[in-house]
Design a protein around this ligand. Structure first.
Ligand code: DPP
Ligand code: ZN
Length: 876
């Protein structure tokens, strides 16, 4: 593929008015007739041809106003259909007939089959695999869809919009017709047909309209869709209450399928979901699964306004819908659960996934300016950093002006395909604030580094905070301008009160928000009676790296006295990270690891504090991950040393807190029936982290074995299994537990994914052999993306010691998998390959092995554009 540049954007020459599609479904020979009504855009020269996009299409017919088009009036290439000699000023109809083979479409883009169900995925450029079409998001049209299929085997025929009607056809086939009155881009088209079960409900909108809600799943799985339905109704209500957004069709449908490249897809009125984000019951789903379902159901539903009603002008604007919609789903989950705990989980995720991306060879701006393969830009930068940028606008403007800006956005741009500039202008107009510098967050890649230091002047009673920002160079952007960074803060006195300054100079400060806008800024607070401790970047108000050296006593003071719960967690996490980095240095130097007593004391005080919600206490106990530690160290990383250091610190905490953990494990035992609500989930989280520490302290599998047998829900069961198998992988107890788990859930694909993941993430070099053996297991299925991600993906992304074996065999294994998967599913292969993005921060021996494995991939014959784009950028 060629590189596409933002600056080359031009509107189409022809305006598409209407689309009429007819599908005659067949596994190997589906016939598609597309009737497209166009007119030439005003001012476009009469000799300009119509150029349509296509991908692996077999065209069997082409008509202009129902007449065949002469051979020299059109040209077909692998990627385009060009039609010349079209009317100048009158509308005309192009009819394209294509033949598809959904059964053999393993790329899962366009029309394909999953467990005998016909299904589509069109974002970003899948519609061109169905018919020749102006397949770009700024072409909005009204669609009518007719579906014809065998009635007995394909009883259900669905598409976007409202149902027009259907009937039998006398030849064993039947048809259904759908009409979507809302103009939409092709990436939001969907068709689903097959034999599925359904649960049905309804929702009354704020203006009193009744909307039918349906969730389709495989027969027999209907009861497992109940939680998703509940989450959907809560999402619809919340979007009305918080954003004033009402649903706009008579019916809203969700279909769960088992083969899907993404999490889910927001097709208008007909969302298609990876079934992992729909199906749940206590026996088979963890609390994390429930939380994911709630978040993703909400996310796709919220796209109806942020994405569908207002869509993207081009794919460079992807964050316009994704960053904003992630922000919206975060707010929703925060309202449904504990806001602080939700924020902690978001920040952990951001640091674990987005920070490495932003700090490595795949770094790109939230709003990129060039791409080779758009599929590779569905990234945590576009999504999660995009959400953070939206959140910073809310922080800068405050809730009322932020809401005014959102209202203006909906009012101004409903029905349009717009840009980030359009979005930002709404907030400027609503607030009167110039957001030019702020908008650099969309344009400059890289995680800003803010260095801070404080000086207290007792005689003047002033406190001065010196701040400096740098944005590291990233691919294609060697120099950066200073950003507008909103830093929420608190000054805390030694006795724990939050201090209010009598005056501030050197920065704009509004409420608890300090505006850092220069490269370096010195901010003086007056009327500060005693030396304060600064809690900076409260709530993670800006997605930055912060260097602010503090004694562990000062960090402990924040952990104890902050009124912002997130900041308390952050202080604990910083203390732990300091300890883990020091411990890693000790391991590499061959000196004993000593755990900071202040960390142990602060953790134990937090964990024992019954006034804190259990979910928060569990988050406090979850130390920074191996990759967090590696990122903090930054270079010359030895994953084995990091693992050993982390294990040593955890053991020190476990030993010191043994009695506390034993007590917690008992007091958090539930006597009630399972409920997935946040409070119950938090209690389970605390109990299971107590169990993990206890098992470390006791150094025998007994307690994990017992917890495994006693578990009456999937959260407890899978936690016990993980603790047992990860800590004692080669024991008969671990083998027996794995065996019993597999037997018990043999017919549940989603639970079996967990079985593969537990094994793929066992720490240590020996896991590679285990993973290779599991690739040959009868339950492994290389065609199912969830299964591949559960085994190969978690090994590469979440097993630092196993994947980064010193001998490089982990990388070579991944290289073989990439080359094997790429021809059938390039999107999946490219995504797995991003696990190599931090290779340059490894110690020299591993880095050399990683480079060689990347070289093997790069040398592969006939790489997809997806994989070749990632491998080239990763090696650069
Ligand atoms: N399905 C993906 C999402 O909802 C892409 N739109 O984010
Ligand atoms: Zn989305």
């Amino acid at each position: 593929g060629e590189i596409i540049h933002l600056e080359d954007y031009q509107a189409t020459d022809f305006v598409l008015e209407r689309v009429d599609l007819t599908f005659e479904l067949d596994p190997l020979e589906t016939k598609v007739e597309a009737r497209l009504i166009f007119h030439r855009r005003e001012g476009v020269a009469a000799d300009r041809p119509l150029v349509l996009d296509g991908d692996e299409l077999k065209m069997t017919g082409l008509l202009l106003d129902q007449e065949p088009i002469a051979a020299d009036d059109y040209t077909e290439t692998a990627e385009t259909l060009t039609i010349r000699g079209l009317p100048d000023s009158t509308p005309f109809e192009i009819t394209v007939t294509t033949e598809l083979s959904p059964q053999t479409n393993t790329k899962l883009m366009g029309l394909y089959r999953t467990n005998d169900v016909y299904c589509t995925q069109c974002e970003a450029e899948g519609f061109r695999r169905i018919t020749f079409f102006p397949d770009r998001p700024d072409v909005l049209a009204v669609y009518t869809v007719n579906i014809i299929a065998d009635k007995a085997t394909v009883p259900l025929l669905l598409s976007n919009g409202n149902f027009l009607g259907g009937a039998g056809m006398g030849d064993g086939r039947h048809f259904a017709a759908w009409f979507d009155p809302h103009p939409k881009p092709s990436y939001l088209f969907a068709l689903v047909a097959g034999d599925l079960g359904v649960i049905e409900d309804s929702f009354t909108t704020m203006s009193g309209r009744e909307v039918v809600l349906k969730i389709y799943v495989e027969h027999g799985k209907e009861p497992r869709a109940a939680y998703a339905m509940d989450a959907l109704k809560r999402s619809m209500r919340w979007d009305e209450e918080v954003f004033g957004r009402e649903y706009d069709l008579d019916i809203f449908m969700i279909v769960a399928v088992s083969d899907f490249n993404m999490g889910a897809m927001e097709n208008k009125g007909l969302n298609v979901f990876n079934d992992k984000y729909v199906l749940a019951d206590p026996e088979t789903a963890t609390d994390q699964d429930y939380a994911n379902i709630e978040a993703i159901i909400a996310h796709e539903y919220f796209h109806n306004w942020t994405g569908n009603r207002i869509t993207c002008r081009d794919w460079f604007q992807l964050c316009l819908k994704e960053g904003l919609t992630v922000y919206r789903d975060h707010q929703f989950s925060a309202d449904q659960r504990s806001r602080a705990v939700k924020r902690i989980a978001e920040v952990r995720h951001l640091k674990a996934e987005q920070f490495p991306e932003d700090g490595g060879p795949l770094a790109h701006p939230v709003r990129p300016t060039r791409y080779r393969e758009i599929n590779n830009f569905y990234t945590t930068t576009v999504y999660e950093k995009g959400s953070e940028v939206t959140g910073m606008i809310a922080t800068l403007l405050g809730p009322d002006l932020f809401k005014a800006g959102m209202d203006l956005y909906f009012e101004r741009h409903d029905g349009q395909a717009v840009t980030i500039e359009d979005f930002v202008r709404c907030f400027e107009a609503a607030s009167g604030r110039d957001l030019t510098q702020f908008a650099l967050w969309y344009h400059q890649a890289g995680t800003p580094l803010v260095s801070a230091s404080g000086t207290y002047d007792a005689s003047r009673q002033t406190f001065t905070l010196a701040l400096e920002q740098t944005v590291p160079p990233t691919p294609g952007q060697s120099t950066k301008q200073p950003m507008h960074i909103p830093l929420r803060f608190a000054l805390i006195s030694e006795d724990g009160t939050i201090l209010t300054a009598s005056g501030v100079s050197g920065a704009e400060v509004t409420g608890d928000v300090l505006h850092l806008v220069e490269r370096s800024q010195s901010v003086t607070f007056e009327g500060i009676a005693s030396r304060p401790v600064v809690s900076l970047n409260r709530g993670f108000s800006a997605p930055i790296n912060l260097h602010f050296e503090k004694s562990s006593t000062d960090r402990a003071r924040i952990a104890r006295f902050e009124t912002d719960l997130f900041a308390r967690w952050q202080a604990l996490n910083d203390m732990a990270l300091d300890a883990l980095v020091a411990a890693t240095a000790s391991v590499r130097a061959g000196t004993p690891v000593i755990c900071d007593q202040a960390l142990i004391d602060a953790l134990m005080a937090t964990v024992s504090d019954d006034t804190l919600e259990p979910a928060f206490r569990a988050q406090a106990l979850a130390l920074p991950s191996e990759s967090d530690i590696a990122r903090e160290i930054g270079r010359d990383n030895d994953p084995d040393a990091i693992f050993a250091a982390r294990r040593a610190i955890m053991t020190a905490i476990a030993t010191a807190g043994r009695e506390t953990f034993a007590g917690l494990f008992e007091t958090t035992r539930s006597t009630e029936a399972f409920s997935p609500d946040a409070a119950s989930a938090g209690r389970r989280a605390l109990r299971n982290s107590a169990l993990a520490y206890l098992v470390l302290a006791e150094n025998t599998p007994a307690r994990a074995v017992e917890a495994f047998s006693a578990a009456d829900n999937m959260t407890d069961l899978s936690q016990a299994l993980t603790i047992l198998v990860h800590r004692f992988p080669d024991t008969p107890e671990a083998a027996a537990a794995l065996e019993s788990f597999q037997t018990r859930f043999a017919d549940n694909a989603l639970v079996l994914d967990k079985w593969f993941t537990v094994q793929a993430t066992i720490p240590g070099a020996a896991t590679l052999e285990r993973v290779e053996a599991l690739m040959g297991h009868p339950l492994f299925n290389g065609l199912n993306p969830n299964r591949v991600r559960a085994l190969v993906g978690t090994f590469a992304f979440s097993n630092a010691t196993g994947f980064n074996r010193a001998d490089g065999k982990g990388y070579r294994f991944l290289a073989r998998q990439i080359l094997d998967i790429d021809p059938r599913n390039p999107q999946l292969a490219a995504r797995l390959l991003t696990s190599m993005r931090s290779w340059r921060s490894l110690e020299a021996g591993r880095a050399e092995h990683a480079r060689a494995a990347l070289g093997e991939i790069a040398a592969g014959a006939k790489l997809s554009p997806d994989v070749s784009d990632i491998v080239e950028r990763t090696l650069k």
